[in-house]
Design a protein around this ligand. Sequence first.
Ligand SMILES: Nc1ncnc2c1ncn2[C@@H]1O[C@H](COP(=O)(O)OP(=O)(O)OP(=O)(O)O)[C@@H](O)[C@H]1O
Ligand SMILES: [Mg+2]
Length: 454
Amino acid sequence: MKPAILVVDDDEVMRQTLSDVLKKRGYTVSTAETGGQTLSSVKEQLFDLILLDIRLPDMDGLDVLKRIKDIESDLMVIVMTAYSDVQTAVMAMKSGAYDYIDKPFELEELKILIQKALETQSLRNEIRRLRRQGGKKYQGTEIFGNSPLIKNVMELIEMISQTPRTSVLIQGESGTGKELAANAIHYRSKRANKPLMKINCGAIPENLLETEIFGYEKGAFTDAKGTKKGLFELANGGTVFLDEIAEMKSYLQTKLLRVLEIQNFMRVGGEREISVDVRIIASTNRDLSALVNAGQFRKDVYYRLKVMVIEMPPLRERREDIQLLANMFIEENNKELGKTVTVISEAAKEYLLNYCWPGNVRELKNIIERAMILSDDNEILPDHLPIELRKFQMDGTADLISDNADLTLDAAEKKHIKDVLMMMDGNKSRASRVLGISRSTLREKLKKYSISAA
Ligand SMILES: Nc1ncnc2c1ncn2[C@@H]1O[C@H](COP(=O)(O)OP(=O)(O)OP(=O)(O)O)[C@@H](O)[C@H]1O
Ligand SMILES: [Mg+2]
């Protein structure tokens, strides 16, 4: 999207000249003659930069500057001052101007200054993005597999990534690679060098979710001392991944619908229409159509998202991929763990191929890692695999009851919680969601059974 610049000057010739020059440079330019006009423009519209003449007919320019900063604390303002008015320039810088330029100036000088300001602005956004998405491990973008089911998915991803903005719904059980698919779409698309911003709608408290996604204006609530950009703004030009979309509350879905339909929204507590250019990818491990029927998810949002659906197939329906994925994870771990595992014994392979994989590829990945840590030569043996796999092999269920087993419900609950936790990489939020209990209930149970989440 073209950067938007507001040119403020009471001199018509100056306004016109600057406006023409900047338009030619590829910017979107608006103009204002007075301080009053400037402030109302800033309230209505989002600019990337303001070129502000400090001498205005109706208001003191410094005052206008302060009020602009009040509305949008990180807006870039370049102040145009009269030659030799050093005092004003200094005051302007103190009031938050990015820089100043003396009138009369060379157009070339101004162009460079503007370019620098916009670069600084995008660097700031970049830092903000990194901070917000910080701590997240880099995730791959390559989807492995030879089965027809996964090949279909790859083709679909290829096709979708070539569309400019089509929104996508990715459905599938836990651990099937939904996030991986989202990465793949983004990084294969023309948006690849723009940001991919992710948010898990189920992991963030409702009120925070709204401001994370849409941002807020100063004064939106008591703590809102400044303005905050939401994910949609930070992802501009790129992609937003809304993980666990089913957890999003209805009123937020309404706001989302507007973005899906006209790429437009307002920050919390704001009245400015903000336009963005983003592709929205949503994902869920729940049955959205059932939620729609039960009145728990908005039909209109569902239909908007449903235009492009990717169904991630469960691992048990594409067993032909197990071996390939296992080998791939072994290679990865050899590098990371400094191991030299080269083979999976025939018996161990049997177990892997016959298991039901409720945690899908993530579970396979975890099990391989664990086996490699346990193995002290070059081979993965049945002994290195978790007991569930071996039990499953014997009678086709993951829960074989043997003679000396502890048959109390408590024992079963403990085991189940441990299994699910392992499947979810020890992630308690995920585990509690899969178990259908709250985080605090899960915490109590972990304590009760003295399970330590890794
Ligand atoms: N086809 C695949 N090829 C390679 N790695 C895969 C594949 N599918 C999944 N993975 C890996 O499995 C792990 C789980 O994948 P991912 O996080 O994308 O699943 P998910 O469907 O988003 O799970 P959840 O519903 O729990 O959020 C990741 O480490 C991912 O890289
Ligand atoms: Mg996921």
